[in-house]
Design a protein around this ligand. Structure first.
Ligand code: ZN
Length: 128
């Protein structure tokens, strides 16, 4: 199956599972802002919209399991947008400006790790 169509099908499969039915997910195929990443998600929680960019140049996309895990991972960023927004508020209101980027980086790492773990767990539950 065509890769783009398959990604669209995976999004349609996982959106209701993750209770993102009402979200409008804009899908873009192209370069991610950090080119080392196969995909990235920019969620706007208040509007229930997200823009997900898939960089299909990454060779991991040829693996069907990774493909589904990546889609789940990016959609999970919409789920976590609620508390990620609060963390951002805490940082921008309480951390001095020169330290904000460093704090964001440190928060981003565990958030990414957590998102990867959760995607894997949900994916394996859904297989049973
Ligand atoms: Zn991520």
């Amino acid at each position: 199956m065509n890769l783009r169509r398959e990604i669209a099908k995976l999004i349609a499969k996982w959106q209701p599972i993750l209770e993102l039915d009402h979200w409008v997910i804009q899908v873009i195929f192209g370069k991610t802002s950090d080119e080392t990443r196969p995909a990235e998600c920019l969620p706007w929680r208040e509007m229930q919209r997200a823009k997900i960019t898939f960089n299909l140049e990454h060779k991991e996309w040829s693996d069907p399991i990774l493909r589904e895990l990546f889609v789940v991972h990016e959609l999970l960023h919409c789920v976590s947008a609620a508390w990620a927004g609060e963390i951002e508020d805490v940082i921008s209101n309480n951390v001095s400006e020169e330290l904000q980027d460093e704090v964001r980086k440190r928060v981003n790492f565990p958030e990414e790790k957590y998102t990867c773990d959760l995607a894997r767990i949900l994916w394996s539950l859904k297989r049973k």
